[in-house]
Design a binder for this molecule. Structure first.
Ligand SMILES: [Zn+2]
Length: 160
């Protein structure tokens, strides 16, 4: 038996002033759309904004339902919209934020969304950057979505 280790590399920014303008624009879009979230049950508004390789930006937020499993996270709201309308375009970056957090660190995607983000990256065959932003706090940048879902379930297991 041998012990193995998985390392996750990401950049942490103390404030967004240090970041590229395109990343700051995307973060601000995620903050704006979070404010329009339909989250009466959790009272935890989340916003996600994506930038395509064409430079176009789309955004989504969490949409809850009294029958809880019927709700959708912000990440999947925007990713499914983009994949439905622009299936041949590549997503360069997704920025995610929440407006009502008590932590000092950025909110992170749920496991369900991580799997969906990784599949988008596998489908487009190019890295999909992830920006996790805490309003008034730190911002984390991952250069590939695979960093936040080590040992992801992928289509290799379906091929035989
Ligand atoms: Zn989620």
């Amino acid at each position: 038996m041998i012990k193995k280790t998985i390392n996750i590399e990401y950049s942490a920014f103390a404030n967004t002033e240090e970041m590229a303008e395109s990343d700051r624009i995307l973060i601000n879009r995620a903050i704006e759309i979070a404010k329009l979230s339909y989250s009466p049950y959790s009272k935890f508004p989340v916003g996600a904004a994506v930038m395509l390789d064409s430079g176009e930006i789309f955004a989504g937020n969490n949409q809850e339902n009294i029958a809880f499993p019927s709700g959708t996270c912000a990440e999947r709201t925007v990713l499914n919209y983009v994949n439905a309308n622009f299936p041949d375009k590549k997503i360069k970056t997704i920025a995610i934020t929440a407006t009502n957090t008590t932590t000092t660190e950025p909110v992170t995607p749920c496991g369900f969304c991580r799997q969906v983000i990784v599949e988008m990256e596998m489908k487009q065959k190019s890295p999909l950057r992830i920006i996790l932003h805490k309003i008034g706090g730190e911002t984390y940048v991952f250069e590939t979505s695979k960093a936040i879902l080590p040992l992801a379930f992928d289509d290799n297991v379906l091929k035989n």
